[in-house]
Ligand binder design. Structure first.
Ligand SMILES: [Zn+2]
Length: 466
């Protein structure tokens, strides 16, 4: 970013003489939405060393940058996606049953695997970078990414695949290098909380996955200085139907409670039928698989056990919860460390029953919004989830909807000390939208949360305005 009358030194923005503090950048905007309950019209923010040092109503201090037709808001936080499917141009069809969709997803993953580990790594980097770029361009500062074995932090490296495959000679590899190159912007900007996915229906596979997840958590794997986009590593026992419960329960108990923990729970009616009676589409799907031991629903946890496990974590994320019962919602109400992640467009993709948002809200359960992956959602534009949620739920207030992708989402991921609000001391993770002539302080959030806005990172908007 270049400043009028200023200069840029490393990461420190040095503004001109007009700024009240010598080494800071003062930006004025028509509206500043500091949080869902705090709006300034007009307002100013002051940034120093990538942190906010002041957020306030306009003062007599002259701004370095004035944005008279813009709204500034906290950059968004997306608690749930799977970046590994960011190469899909459109979602995978829901199919006749949930297991049928899972089979199609697994097939897509296998088709993109390669026996050449360098090639597989370069391809994975390219796909992840594509997803991060899309999230960044639509105003997302941080996202929770479910990662599958053998993911390693270096897949988030900003280095190009050209270095990784410097010695490659074949045409296929050269094409791949070019493809990767395209998807690496200088700095993606969006940061990641990675959740290694613990999944496996036989003990050998499950133990291998647990070892991989544990090695990531213990930091034995290479976390290089250039992987600045990795904020933290969590853990994700996949879902009640895809793992052996006593083994996974013991594994999670060994992991420190502050590690964010996410699990897909009560996602489909097929899942509940399998857990209840061992019958239905999951049974048929398991019978078609060539597994050494046929899965047994008696080895699966109940939904209540999953909620119990998540409630003992400092940051438990219950993903989906489309078919939670009133009793389970009451259990969640007793578990304030759990956030439920609702993915509205994914919910619509599968044609699920009405989402139990009113019951969750009545029980004061924290609900946040995620995109899920591009295997079930057309893109990673989190604001479109806000609009979808408001259109589907008249009871959802604009303040609540905004909190679900900012402060509450940051709390769900355990990053609320740095992200989710515009407040002194937090990172200057700022997003912006163009304001419309009829917006005022009374209708601002109502209008914004019902409009499919082009939310962008502030730095990109300023660059473009110059
Ligand atoms: Zn998911």
């Amino acid at each position: 970013m270049r400043l009028a009358g200023g200069r840029q030194v490393g990461n420190c923005l040095v503004a001109g003489d007009q700024c009240g503090v010598s080494d800071c950048l003062r930006i004025q905007a028509q509206f500043i939405v500091a949080s869902p309950w705090e709006v300034y019209h007009p307002g100013q923010i002051v940034i120093r060393n990538e942190k906010l040092v002041e957020v306030c109503a306009s003062t007599s201090s002259r701004p370095d940058i004035d944005l008279p037709h813009s709204v500034l808001l906290p950059a968004l936080v997306n608690p749930h996606t799977h970046l590994e499917f960011s190469d899909l141009d459109q979602p995978i069809a829901a199919g006749r049953s949930f297991p049928e969709w899972i089979s199609a997803v697994v097939k897509h993953r296998r088709e993109n695997q390669s026996s050449n580990s360098d090639l597989a790594s370069a391809r994975a980097k390219s796909v992840i970078a594509k997803g991060l770029q899309q999230a960044n361009e639509t105003g997302t500062a941080v996202l929770g990414d479910i990662v599958s074995m053998p993911w390693q932090p270096n897949l988030l490296s900003q280095r190009t695949a050209e270095e990784t495959l410097a010695s490659s000679q074949t045409a296929t590899e050269r094409r791949l290098i070019n493809d990767c190159h395209r998807h690496f912007p200088a700095n993606t900007g969006t940061r990641v909380v990675a959740f290694p996915e613990v999944i496996g229906l036989d003990a050998a596979r499950l133990n291998a996955v647990c070892d991989w997840a544990e090695s990531l958590l213990s930091g034995h794997s290479q976390i290089n200085a250039d992987i600045s986009s990795l904020v933290a590593i969590g853990v994700s026992p996949h879902a009640p139907y895809s793992l052996l419960w006593p083994t996974v329960a013991e594994f999670i108990n060994r992991i420190p409670v502050h590690i964010p923990t996410a699990m897909h729970v009560a996602e489909s009616e097929d899942e509940l039928q399998w857990l209840r009676s061992g019958s239905g589409p999951f049974r048929e799907a398991f019978e078609r698989l060539d597994l050494p031991v046929k899965p047994d629903c008696r080895n699966c946890p109940t939904i209540e056990q999953c909620i119990g496990m998540l409630s003992r974590r400092k940051h438990g994320l219950l993903i989906h919860g489309n078919y939670l019962t009133n009793g389970q919602i009451q259990q969640l109400a007793q578990s304030p460390s759990i956030s439920v992640v609702y993915c509205p467009r994914t919910h619509a993709h599968f044609g699920h029953h009405r989402y139990p948002l009113p019951s969750l809200q009545a029980a004061s359960v924290r609900v946040v919004l995620g995109t899920d992956s591009r295997a079930s959602s057309p893109d990673l534009n989190l604001w479109l989830e806000v609009v979808q949620a408001r259109e589907r739920h008249a009871e959802l207030s604009p303040q609540q909807a905004l909190a679900m992708v900012t402060c509450d989402a940051a709390r769900a991921l355990g990053v609320d000390r740095d992200y989710g609000q515009l407040r002194a001391g937090l990172f200057a993770a700022v997003a912006t939208v163009a304001s419309q002539p009829h917006w005022n302080t009374l209708n601002l959030l109502e209008e914004m949360t019902l409009t499919p806005l082009a939310v962008r990172p502030l730095a990109a908007a300023i660059d473009q305005s110059r």
